[in-house]
Design a protein around this ligand. Sequence first.
Ligand code: FO1
Ligand code: CA
Length: 310
Amino acid sequence: TQVLALSGGIGGAKLAVGLQHVLPPGELTVAVNTGDDFEHLGLSISPDIDTLLYTLADLANPELGWGRANESWHFMAEIERLGGESWFRLGDKDLAVHIERTRRLNAGEKLSGITADFARHFGILSRVVPMSNDLVRTMVITDEGTLDFQHYFVARRCEPVVKGLAYAGAADAQLVPILREVADDPALQTIVICPSNPWLSIAPFLEMPAWRELLVEARAPVIAVSPLVNGQAVKGPTSKIMGELQLEQSSATIARFYEGIIDGFVLDKSEAHLAPEIGVATHVTATLMKTAADKQRLAREVLEFAGSFG
Ligand code: FO1
Ligand code: CA
């Protein structure tokens, strides 16, 4: 069988690593949000791709959720000494990935090919694929003006009030060909929308007509896992943003956001009472993923739930 997962960074990577563990080697493809990508210090930065690579290779920094474990920061310290921009922190190991990726992009290679090679060099047996090789940029429209994602998220620590979001380039962005192949593979069992922030991490996919069509027309069931527990985001600014966009903070809002796309919805037991108002089949379980066992159990339950669509 084959499983296709759509993921943003940290939250999505947790379920992806669970899926990778419970599936036989080579059966997982993770399509990764690139709306958070930007250029900084002359480098091409793809935070969610790197979070997936490091997490699936078991090299991720467990405290931060981004960057590498056992990292050193000599490069950053010298940038600071030189009066350079140090608000976005690149560790020494992480820096090597950025230099090599930037060199290859500048030589005309595609992000998907570079990412596949990095995955291989990290010993990852799953496929890690950017949602597109074309530039898509998530822009956050705030009370302080329009900010690109990393300036909103890291430099301004999500403090500005969000008034809207825009996904520059999404309307014209194309699918990476391998994703079309995975979607058309008769062995595809399910498409999983990981518990990432719908507005920040999944909307960039859905704003691409090619992705929307792929999801709507897929023969395999599309299952979304809610990122909320008890109406609150486990990590990150989802709750704050939902409030600022005047959205009711519950998984029912998340399910409504995915209406027309999903066939099934997984929500946390703390929100079991919402199941009747979700417009598609639901599976209620513990969605909080702290341990490796949590991630694997949730992954197994998602696959079993997908199996029930026959
Ligand atoms: N997040 C931060 O909050 N501060 C940082 O300095 C930072 C650096 C960084 C470097 C490389 C990378 O791949 C990710 C990094 N992140 C940092 C995380 C990242 O920007 C966000 O968590 C994601 O974009 C959200 O999914
Ligand atoms: Ca469908």
